[in-house]
Design a protein around this ligand. Sequence first.
Ligand SMILES: C[S@@+](CC[C@H](N)C(=O)[O-])C[C@H]1O[C@@H](n2cnc3c(N)ncnc32)[C@H](O)[C@@H]1O
Length: 341
Amino acid sequence: MDRLSFILFGHAAFQYLNAACELGVLDLLAERGPLPEEEIRTRLELEERACAVLLLGCTALGLTVKEGGHYRVADLVASLRAGGTWQNIKDTVAFEQHVVYEGQADFTESLQRNSNVGLRRIPGDEPDLYQRLSGNPRLESVFYRYMKSWSELANSHLVHTLDLGNAHRLLDCGGGDAVNALALARHNPALQITVLEIPSSAEMTAARIARAGLSDRVGVQPGDMFADPFPTGMDCVLFAHQLVIWTPEQNTALLRKAYSALEPGGRVVIFNSMSNDEGDGPLVAALDSVYFAALPAEGGMIYPWRVHERCLRDAGFTAVERHPVPGWTPHGIIVATKEAA
Ligand SMILES: C[S@@+](CC[C@H](N)C(=O)[O-])C[C@H]1O[C@@H](n2cnc3c(N)ncnc32)[C@H](O)[C@@H]1O
């Protein structure tokens, strides 16, 4: 029953994590060291009962540890803080709470209708989540903070796996706030990058690039990657956290456009979470698929590697390589080359 009860009350477990992050109890204990309940209550400005609930949950879930009369932060949280990725986790928690949570209540209906019914929880009448974000500035900022953090948890592997020593031009399709384009540009000083982004987000993208001081090498092309032509003459086309959003048919169409945009010998790169070919995990890929089934666009999931590989072959690519990414996120990288005729 342990595992079933954890699933049964999984939403409550998440609410403890979210409250712990929003109220700052874990950061407080990490910064101040072990504290008695009364001091925690005073510092968090909580009533006695409220603080007791918070500490009961955090301690039972292993986010805090009670020793003697004091509470301390769990070793895991302390080590994430020391390793510099605790903020990435907090940004992910905020995204789950403010963008994902409500829409997931429509998961069953989304499966029955094979469509993203949960999008109805996001104000707006645009056809997907991304086009609704600019009309919801608070959600937009939570979303792009999360995307940056989620990318940063794995994109050093992207930067080191991709040898772009001989590449001159890279297209980043749906590049968001340019987190991956900027990382690649910093690592490859000769590379020119075009970030293709929807018009309602393109200004935000350009501002991030300017703030990074890389506007001379990283540009933004506002447009719709489905409807508008890709710029040609590319050595590399990147789809980062992109081909989890759409159906395999849409992905194949995008990969065909990438194939046409590439020079012979050029490469397309898929960088996102992957599920395994057996269809039984990893767990984070399965859990993240609820969001992709219920919310952002009509059809998406954390696809198995083989589905991306099939789309690549259907789009004309023959040489296809897998690069699993180590770490707790289920990230992977697929690199496919457009062979010279
Ligand atoms: C999941 S985010 C990924 C952002 C970024 N690539 C990253 O890895 O952090 C998807 C991005 O694709 C953009 N996008 C969605 N539909 C698009 C379209 N039709 N044309 C261009 N960009 C699009 C969204 O605005 C969003 O910034």
